[in-house]
Design a protein around this ligand. Sequence first.
Ligand SMILES: C=C(OP(=O)(O)O)C(=O)O
Ligand SMILES: [Mg+2]
Length: 399
Amino acid sequence: MTRISGVSLRRVLDSRGNPTVEADVLTVSGGFGRATAPSGASTGEHEAIELPPNEAIAAARKHAVPRLVETVHAGNQREVDAALRGADGTEEFSEIGANSAVAISMAAAKAGADVLGAPLYQHLGGAFRGDQFPVPLGNVVGGGEHAADATHIQEFLAAPVGAPSVAEAAFANAAVHETVGDLLTERGIPAAKGDEGAWAPAIDDSEAFEIVAAACDQVAEEVGFDISFGLDIAASELWDGDAYQYGETSRSPEEQIDYVAELVHEYDLAYVEDPLEENDYEGFAALTERVGSEALICGDDLFVTNTERLQQGIEQGAGNSILIKPNQIGTLSLAVDAIETATRNGFTPVISHRSGETEDTTIAHLAVATGAPFIKTGTVGGERTAKLNELIRIAEDAV
Ligand SMILES: C=C(OP(=O)(O)O)C(=O)O
Ligand SMILES: [Mg+2]
């Protein structure tokens, strides 16, 4: 029986040292699931609402827990997530907080899997899942909202598209990260790490392109498979209402499209996330028209894992890929809806961590459960390797 017998909520630390919501879900037959909400720094304005954890916990205890306990089945994810939506009563989870909602939603999924004795990816994806693994996009240099005085572009990503296994892909990304560190040292450039463990040197974007391209090439040669290059520009953070501000350089929307199209060609980019600000569907469409056959043009802040916003993107040809962050929308069911809508319409889903993370591994299972071709997890740091190591275990059937 997966009927929920108890839900407990607490504040725990995330990777930035901020409090976040953790949920435990228990079932009448002794099933147990625990999950923790991540938290963004470069958040989209259309995301579901993250409340201060104390408030989110108090509101969820009052409104959601009584609806779940003794009534809802942890093994029925749609039922769990509908109860969370009903308890909240708003479109954007502003009553109980998307942080409480997503923690409970993910913990219930784990409790459901526990009762079944099945790995989470199989509970979420079905008996025939588990043979398709995502390519991990590894953040190796970063700045923007994730590190002060570093690059303007938020993330320079290694994309080991030719890796024969998820384990080899994860190790290749770590090698690119290490090589970037060596190249920075050779140039006498000191670098701390940003929120996601990427190097955060005080260099121009152009120098970062040079270094990351060299590191990807060097490691590709060593490992013997292709390592492409990707970006999360996080352009909403550069947008001032009129133009994109890269320090001294300002680019109009048209110039931004030209700039990104040139980057795609110059660096053979496989992936570009948020090349334009979060409401510019037309700009996304224009860029997709130009380079969409060469690179994934992915909407993060544009779509915020929201099926309605994605639907508009599909209609307008704005992008060809969607970033999936369950806490942007509040429940696993809504995240899966977005993934399925994307896949049906030829948009590539990319499952993603947040800059504020925990040791929670749900997104690794979600990627395998849905057969998503890519996952963005970072490269080094315990909260990032937690997801990569879980993928390695799933591939070995050792979860
Ligand atoms: C992971 C990201 O950062 P954050 O969690 O800060 O939104 C992102 O922008 O893709
Ligand atoms: Mg992003």
